[in-house]
Design a protein around this ligand. Structure first.
Ligand SMILES: [Zn+2]
Length: 395
């Protein structure tokens, strides 16, 4: 049960101070001097910056080792090394994806993340175990976190017989998004695998999110095939390209032609802004009208040891990777983990307007730019109308 609440003296995105009235889990009023209904609980915001709940747009909580003893990483240099290394590790590690994903998701919540898109591995060795672990975590947090779970064929879909049936089962059992991976470099048969991916999506009425790490001409070729299918099947607004490294590694003219098609089809880009890969630039995406949003990718897993469950910290990395330094540019960076992520992932009822779900984050910072750069512990986190964290810790 959410309880009604009046939060006094907070500054939305750094603007003038207002009070926020929360009723039935939603924002019921927001303005200067909101009259407190009799008997309502109130919180003193002390002039803190007010942000909507933060959004993690691309992560893999099912395979994280968050809260487990340190994993010694000795993985090889290529993406296939990481995929094969992970499968070998899983064969002996007795990984508890429900416990680990819950530990990580709880720390995300403490840092103000109230919505998330996570990709659960599906393959012929683990079957649906990681999906089931993730769905348990989603169930445990259902009242306070809106979690989208993608069925993600990490090792490939059509190149590994049996995976398509598992994906089909995953979508029947609660996965809400059809995931995909490098149609050429991993799958080896881009037309066949993309036809299978989009067939799953249309059969189940689900959106698509494809992890496209391929660079240069190969990635541009795969992206073209994805956009063709998006148009042919009328899936405007229902397709996300994660990573899209090709858009950071082809000539600007070719990139802009692809971005123009993506804008027309409302295909969004999820970026994790890695330093080690050619990323699509936020300024180019904004200029083309393409929604770009942010995520951590895996946190503390066998792929890599980095990452923190804090979307202000991830926003800082996006700003850094994109060479952004002006305060107005850091506003765009925050959008990657707030409004743009809501748009790209189709989260509803999101924002700081009356009627939106009361997902509220109070940060001790003067401006959005300071919040992104400093990422202080969250003073207060309200999720779906209930206080879930104070001073960076769950209550
Ligand atoms: Zn990923």
């Amino acid at each position: 049960m959410s309880s009604d609440l009046l939060i006094r003296n907070v500054r939305p995105y750094g603007a003038d101070a207002v009070d926020v009235l929360v009723r039935d889990g939603k924002i019921a009023a927001l303005g200067a001097g909101v009259a407190p209904p009799p008997g309502i609980a109130s919180e003193d915001g002390s002039g803190a910056l007010l942000l909507p709940g933060l959004i993690e747009g691309h992560t893999h909580i099912d395979k994280s080792l968050w809260g487990a003893p340190w994993h010694r990483n000795e993985v090889g240099p290529t993406r296939l090394d990481r995929i094969d290394g992970e499968r070998a590790w899983r064969a002996t590690a007795a990984h508890d994806s429900a416990a680990r994903s819950l530990a990580l998701a709880r720390d995300f919540l403490a840092a103000g993340t109230t919505r998330m898109r996570t990709h659960a591995d599906i393959d012929t060795e683990i079957g649906l175990a990681h999906l089931h672990g993730t769905l348990r975590t989603r169930g445990a947090l259902i009242d306070v976190m809106d979690m989208q779970v993608a069925a993600f064929p990490q090792s490939g879909l059509t190149n590994r017989p049996g995976t398509e049936d598992l994906m089909d089962a995953a979508l029947r059992e609660g996965a809400g998004i059809v995931g995909g991976i490098d149609p050429c470099a991993i799958e080896g048969d881009p037309v066949r695998c993309l036809d299978a991916t989009f067939a799953l999506a249309t059969r189940h009425g689900k959106p698509v999110d494809i992890h496209l790490h391929e660079t240069g001409e190969m990635g541009a070729f795969s992206l073209d095939l994805i956009l063709q299918r998006t148009a042919a099947l009328g899936m405007q607004g229902k397709v996300v390209i994660s990573h899209g490294f090709c858009l950071g590694s082809i000539p600007d003219r070719d990139r802009d032609a692809l971005l123009a098609r993506m804008a027309k089809l409302d295909v969004a880009i999820a970026t994790t802004a890695p330093a080690s890969a050619p990323v699509p630039m936020l300024t180019a995406c904004r200029a083309a009208g393409v929604t770009m949003f942010g995520g951590n990718d895996g946190i503390r897993d066998t792929w890599q040891p980095y990452g923190r469950p804090d979307m202000l910290d991830r926003a800082m990395h996006i700003g850094l990777r994109n060479g952004l330094r002006r305060d107005d540019e850091l506003d765009w960076v925050l959008e990657c983990v707030t409004t743009a992520a809501a748009r790209g992932c189709s989260f509803s009822g999101y924002g700081l307007a009356v009627g939106d779900r009361a997902d509220l984050v109070l940060v001790d910072a003067a401006t959005v730019a300071e919040a992104v750069v400093v990422a202080p512990p969250r003073r207060l986190v309200v999720a779906a109308g209930r206080v879930v964290a104070r001073a960076g810790a769950l209550v």
